[in-house]
Design a protein around this ligand. Structure first.
Ligand SMILES: Nc1nc2c(c(=O)[nH]1)N[C@H]1C(S)=C(S)[C@@H](COP(=O)(O)OP(=O)(O)OC[C@H]3O[C@@H](n4cnc5c(=O)[nH]c(N)nc54)[C@H](O)[C@@H]3O)O[C@H]1N2
Ligand SMILES: Nc1nc2c(c(=O)[nH]1)N[C@H]1C(S)=C(S)[C@@H](COP(=O)(O)OP(=O)(O)OC[C@H]3O[C@@H](n4cnc5c(=O)[nH]c(N)nc54)[C@H](O)[C@@H]3O)O[C@H]1N2
Ligand SMILES: [Mo]
Length: 767
């Protein structure tokens, strides 16, 4: 792996002077409009891009934005955001990576390029295979590529020597084929990006209320009277959420942001689609309160709120602090939970939360005064050791006042990739349930393996110890997205075969196995023609709505295949005797949906439902207060309050996050507008007191040394220290560059999620 160029990190190299100035404008607004215009111009897509925008997230026959998973608002005619537009234009670029490009550059040479420049070459155009003799990718026919995959897989001693990774934008239909191929072949090794984002949420909600998903809809967001938003940078990562936040404040709901880093969504926005607001520069508040929690202090904070709720109940047993009827009829374990809450002292809860008792009480009062409350969260909560316990604590607090299974109330995780939730629904699960497997086997006439498969961190381990020899990735950029960059790279290089199904060139094509394939696919904006005609695919958003998405654009190259077609081809080559109608599925996606309708609960009539104007919402038992847990009730959890404070005062808790101008490993520019940063990615935000203690001034070069759970150390040198309003002891910087600091052993024992928001570091001035 090359060292990142300075200042630009993995983004565009820049020699422009860096700067850091507080941002004083509302979120979205004209800064966003200007940024979109720049992207459109850069990709020379000004005309096509702007008309394509008009069909994005449109209820009737648009395509689903390939960006984030925030649901479409049926009341908004043009439901778009700055970052979604950047994302779409990124896919629609006129630039192409063709066989001449690969002939002109060896892989060793490309490995020296920076990541921005790799993706900036444009769309991949035809299948390529690595040729070790010339150290180049050379063209290969689709049939030969499929045959290579089939041969390598069939040569393995065990199907468990293969792993099948998904990045969460794969459609439901392709997902179903993908997991069917893996299981018919004989493995549950289906790691996915969700192992790095919401695994903790899924496990927690499943244990508490027997659903892996949030239970609320956008209508509930519009009906709630209090909204608690934890650990999400909404203005950058779910910009369409700003509209809901602004509307909630306008109609008098309480909107509380809980975050160690005050983010712009916690202040004001210009509602992205309200053109008059844009023109007149009127901003709407997006919060009524901001609370600066200690990194990893959320469980203690929520427990403090629960403590105040119990105290209110004791002070006035008829005051309605608790929903006794709900607790009695629908829950299990409240007495034990109460004892646990009683045993925690205010002093300890306040110390661990990093928030004063009076502020926790004020938060609890908002909760007590609210008839309908939603708790919403993202990575700031899940990418911690105690992520599962924390999400279960959210559920505990909600249960106390019956805030589940009724209008305007419930848990609402903010999901990442546009179809990451749908991937899990449709079978990307390394620990599948028996009900699902039995239904799959009955429909498809196969015998699925029952032993659990590998997730992301265990796949990396397997590639390194030689037990995983074939790695297939449907999208994503595994080597940069995963922790411990060097170790992950070593694992990939250890493989017999790596297969990357992608739209653009990225680092994971250059860090490859002995044999390697790059298989280019259609993007979501493009027309997908199969034997039976034009096809649509479906996605599920973060609130369980499933909608059809139809690409409109001419494909970037005539050699591209759709993801279902590539999967069908690889599966047929792997399983020549298979009775699965791979060719029939690919010819007509309705056939895939017919099979899915018989396997997946809530998908009966899939082909009809998905063609309704806004699609359909998957029914959820928990939403109806039916809890399929072992006790048949919603279960309180009984977790101890974790220690969020490092033993050594010199150690800082570093979080790795996104800048405004990136999509995971895709970096659009080296600016982070809302945090006031220009032309700099190799930085670490710190509290002023922590900077002073270390003798650092604004922009000083520092070395960052992380100590892993296993005692090993990793470091980054010559990063710039930037003062930011963070709690003492907290630090923050950008992924994916900082994955170099996260050890392979540094994942949560509760979820296997890498500790991407909890890296223990020492920071010193560079020598
Ligand atoms: N434009 C854009 N949109 C995206 C993405 C993108 O890269 N770019 N990525 C998509 C994906 S895959 C995902 S999963 C989501 C991610 O969306 P986010 O979760 O917003 O992602 P991060 O940038 O990692 O930001 C983490 C947030 O959690 C806060 N935080 C950190 N530690 C703690 C803590 O201990 N407690 C609390 N309460 N807060 C904490 C941070 O200050 C920050 O605001 O966004 C999706 N949307
Ligand atoms: N340190 C740190 N690391 C993190 C995180 C963090 O907060 N901190 N967040 C984690 C999270 S939440 C996630 S979700 C992962 C993201 O991990 P991934 O999903 O693996 O990474 P992306 O950067 O989203 O993938 C980008 C690539 O996807 C391909 N692509 C784009 N569109 C398509 C398409 O339509 N089809 C196909 N087949 N390919 C396509 C392109 O080739 C592009 O280069 O990163 C994780 N890594
Ligand atoms: Mo994610």
């Amino acid at each position: 792996m090359p060292d990142a160029p300075r200042q630009g990190g993995f983004g565009p190299s820049t020699s422009k002077p860096w700067s850091s100035k507080p941002y004083h404008h509302p979120a979205a607004a004209w800064g966003a409009a200007r940024s979109v215009a720049q992207t459109l111009i850069r990709e020379r897509e000004i005309v096509k891009g702007s008309t394509t925008m008009l069909t994005m997230n449109h209820p009737v026959r648009g395509f689903d934005c390939p960006g984030c998973a925030w649901p479409d608002d049926k009341n908004v005619t043009l439901d778009i955001c700055e970052n979604g537009l950047k994302h779409v234009t990124w896919e629609m670029t006129h630039k192409r990576v063709d066989r001449e490009f690969f002939a002109a550059h060896t892989v060793t040479e490309l490995a020296g390029w920076n990541d921005f420049d790799l993706e900036d070459q444009g769309r991949l155009t035809e299948p390529m295979s690595y040729d070790a003799a010339t150290d180049r990718y050379v063209p290969i026919s689709w049939d030969d590529a499929f045959a290579m995959v089939g041969e390598e897989l069939r040569a393995l001693d065990t199907p468990n020597a293969a792993a099948f990774y998904t990045s969460g934008r794969l459609s439901n239909e392709a997902t179903f084929l993908y997991q069917l191929w893996a299981r018919e072949f004989g493995t549950n090794n289906v790691p996915d990006c969700s192992n790095m984002c919401h695994e903790a949420s899924g496990r927690a909600l499943t244990a508490s209320i027997a659903t892996g998903k949030g239970t609320v809809s956008l209508d509930d967001w519009d009906a709630c009277t209090a909204l608690f938003v934890l650990g999400v940078n909404a203005a950058s990562n779910a910009p369409r959420m700003l509209t809901s936040l602004a509307h909630a404040v306008k109609r008098g709901a309480q909107v509380v942001h809980i975050n160690p880093m005050p983010e712009l969504a916690g202040t004001r926005t210009i509602v992205p689609h309200e053109i008059i607001q844009m023109a007149t520069f009127q901003a709407t508040d997006t919060s009524t309160m901001n609370v600066q929690v200690r990194p990893g202090g959320d469980l203690a904070l929520i427990r403090g709120m629960a403590k105040a709720v119990f105290e209110a109940e004791d002070a006035d047993p008829r005051g309605g602090a608790l929903d006794h009827d709900f607790l009695e009829r629908f829950t299990q374990g409240v007495d034990e939970y109460r004892a646990l809450v009683d045993s925690a002292s205010w002093a300890e809860l306040s110390r661990q939360a990093g928030v004063s008792e009076s502020q926790i009480r004020a938060l609890a009062q908002i909760y007590l005064d609210s008839p309908r409350s939603i708790i919403s969260w993202c990575l700031g909560v899940t990418q911690h050791e105690h992520g599962v316990d924390t999400v279960r604590e959210f559920t505990n607090l909600l249960l106390l006042r019956g805030n589940i299974g009724r209008e305007g109330a419930g848990p609402s995780p903010i999901r990442g990739h546009s179809n990451v939730q749908g991937n899990r629904t449709c079978g990307i699960d390394h620990r599948p349930g028996e009900d699902f497997l039995a239904a799959l086997d009955a429909e498809c006439g196969i015998v699925s393996p029952r032993e659990p498969g590998l997730d992301t961190v265990n796949t990396i381990e397997g590639m390194n110890d030689g037990s995983v020899k074939v790695f297939v990735a449907l999208g994503g950029n595994f080597v940069l997205a995963a922790p411990d960059t060097k170790y992950t790279a070593q694992g990939l290089r250890n493989c017999e075969l790596t297969v990357q199904v992608s739209t653009k060139l990225n680092r994971s094509h250059l860090v490859h196995g002995r044999k390697a394939l790059i298989l280019p696919c259609l993007g979501r904006t493009e027309r997908d023609e199969q034997a039976s005609g034009l096809q649509g695919v479906s996605c599920e958003d973060a609130m369980s709505n499933v909608q059809l998405s139809m690409g409109k654009k001419k494909p970037a190259s005539k050699h591209l295949l759709s993801e279902p077609a590539i999967l069908g081809g690889m599966a047929r080559a792997t399983l020549p005797e298979s009775t699965t109608p791979w060719e029939g599925y690919v010819a007509d996606y309705d056939r895939i949906r017919d099979s899915m309708s018989r396997v997946l609960p809530g998908f009966g009539g899939f082909n009809r439902l998905v063609r309704e104007p806004m699609g359909f919402r998957i029914p959820q038992a928990a939403r109806e207060r039916i809890f399929h847990t072992p006790s048949g009730r919603a279960e309180f959890s009984q977790a101890p309050v974790p220690n969020a404070i490092p033993d050594d005062a010199d150690v800082l808790v570093l979080q790795t996050m996104r800048s405004h101008d990136q999509w995971n490993t895709t970096i659009y520019s080296s600016n982070d507008r809302y945090r006031g940063i220009k032309n700099l990615r190799e930085l670490v935000f710190m509290n002023a007191a922590d900077m002073r203690d270390r003798g650092l001034s604004e922009g000083s070069f520092v070395d960052i040394v992380a100590t892993s759970k296993d005692g090993s150390r990793r470091s980054l040198t010559r990063y710039r220290a930037i003062t930011y309003d963070l709690p003492v002891g907290a630090a923050a910087g950008y992924m994916p560059e900082m994955n170099a600091l996260i050890g392979a052993a540094d994942y949560s024992t509760q979820s296997d999620q890498p500790l991407m928001k909890n890296v223990l570091v020492r920071i010193v001035a560079s020598s």
